[in-house]
Design a protein around this ligand. Structure first.
Ligand code: F0G
Length: 456
């Protein structure tokens, strides 16, 4: 097998700053050891997120010049709507400024106080909007998803028994919809299988429960189905994506991921009533239903991004870059979530720092240490992200205590990955010297974004 290379060449570059360890120690302290609070200028290789950090193509940049900045009925809106129909197969569409805005609207429309929303593991913004609407999120993902080293090929699958037990316990009337995501971000970027989706679909049909899809990284899920599931090896990613969407009543999307833009989101559905409500509600929170908080040019870049995201060379190099990083890290025996995710490599901080109790925030500490070592910025996905139960106020201790190294699309090269791997290997060598952190400031909602820490 021959080696592969990035399916693009670089036309414009953005310089990045090299800094000293001493300087980074100061920056980390000032940022309260929270990588979200660092200045981007002080970061060397930024793997905080793949959200809005992607490099657009020349085709997308050219599209920005075609922005129709009319308040109502912009041409770009109709083009984007056409592509949502064509690629996701959903007839109705409402743009929003990003994914959580769509989550806000769909949660407000569908959820009544006292409802339960089953899903394949929580996502931070998804769950907070479900809770703010008065609902309770219930995790119905398969147990394997909570085990970092379990090599199940579809750790994003829903456990049908857990789902049916919940429906029987609380009654179908109290479940406005099942909230399915793929790949599952907090599980380590793990996909669900088409087989599982079909079974979930059949079960929800049986009980008359709706099924909604967080399709933020759906193209990656479709790619994993093509690579791993029997019967899909000869289908295109575009065909698989459309088949996946055919089982859902609606989808919400943060366009800042798959669509390779810097801002944008949307909600799309086959349910006319929900569409009409969403179209009405977006006017209150986002802007008119034909721009949803976006400029015309943003919608043009999104429409063009949809066409690019399903191209075989784009999606395969995207996922293979993550895989390359995983394989290199494993040469140093660094504990990772397996299989490798679609958008990121997740370091298993519990195994990396076995001497730290979860109360000392091992993943938060590890992310800070890696930044101090080399200027590589990752993100905590453990106890800090999990937050507190809104009813009891107790911390929700997750089984997975991870540091996410997330790959922006088309931004970094293999040599950046090599440098990053060397740094993590060095931190691994010195891991016993890491003592943990204590939280000194804790915001009420989504605390991981703004919490501050001090070294123990
Ligand atoms: N759903 C998933 C699965 C996500 O990963 C995100 C964002 C959202 C919804 C919300 O979308 O940011 O456009 O409002 N995830 C980013 C991340 C923040 O870094 O994983 P948004």
């Amino acid at each position: 097998k021959r080696s592969w290379a990035e399916p693009y060449k670089i036309k414009m570059v953005e310089p990045i700053k090299m800094t000293t360890r001493e300087y980074r120690e100061k920056c980390a302290k000032e940022a309260g050891y929270n990588t979200f609070l660092l200045k981007s200028e002080d970061v060397y290789i930024d793997l905080l997120t793949d959200s809005g950090t992607n490099a657009m193509s020349d085709y997308q940049w050219a599209g920005l010049m075609m922005g129709d900045e009319a308040y109502a009925g912009s041409r770009n809106f109709y083009y984007l709507w056409d592509n949502v129909k064509k690629y996701y197969g959903m007839p109705y569409f409402v743009p929003t400024h990003q994914g959580r805005a769509a989550e806000h609207i769909i949660s407000k429309i569908m959820i009544k106080p006292g409802d339960f929303i089953p899903g394949n593991m929580y996502f931070t913004t998804t769950r907070v909007h479900q809770e703010l609407a008065g609902g309770t999120f219930v995790d119905v993902i398969i147990d394997e998803a909570h085990e970092a080293q379990n090599e199940h090929p579809f750790k994003g699958n829903i456990d049908l028994q857990k789902l049916e037990d919940l429906i029987k316990k609380v009654g179908a009337k109290k479940i406005p919809y099942v909230s399915m995501a793929g790949p599952v971000n907090m599980a380590g970027g793990q996909p669900f299988s088409m087989q599982n989706l079909k079974e979930v679909y059949a079960l929800t049909k049986k009980y008359g429960v709706k099924l909604w899809f967080d399709a933020t990284r759906a193209t990656e899920n479709a790619y994993f189905i093509q690579q791993r599931e029997k019967g899909y090896e000869n289908k295109t990613v575009a065909q698989i994506l459309k088949e996946m969407c055919s089982y859902f009543d609606g989808i919400w999307v943060s366009a800042k991921k798959d669509l390779m833009v810097n801002i944008g989101g949307f909600l799309a559905t086959r349910n006319k009533k929900v569409y009409e409500e969403a179209r009405n509600m977006v006017v209150i929170y986002e802007g008119l239903h034909s721009y949803g908080g976006l400029a015309g040019r943003d919608m043009e870049a999104m429409a063009r991004g949809i066409e690019e995201m399903v191209r075989p060379e784009n999606i395969s190099s995207r996922v293979r870059q993550v895989e390359y990083c995983g394989k290199e890290l494993e040469k140093f025996n660094i504990p990772l979530v397996k299989p490798y995710g679609g958008h990121a490599i997740f370091l298993d901080a519990k195994k990396f720092l076995p001497h730290l109790k979860q109360d000392l925030f091992p993943a938060q500490s590890l992310a800070a240490e890696i930044y101090i070592d080399s200027g590589v910025r990752g993100m905590e996905r453990g106890l800090v992200s999990s937050g507190r139960d809104p009813k009891t106020g107790e911390q929700r201790y997750p089984k997975l205590e991870l540091v996410r190294l997330t790959f922006p699309r088309r931004v970094y090269t293999q040599s950046h990955i090599d440098v990053m791997v060397e740094s993590i290997a060095e931190v691994y060598d010195k891991r016993k010297s890491i003592k943990g952190l204590k939280m000194v400031y804790e915001p009420k909602y989504l605390r991981f974004f703004q919490a501050r820490f001090e070294k123990i």
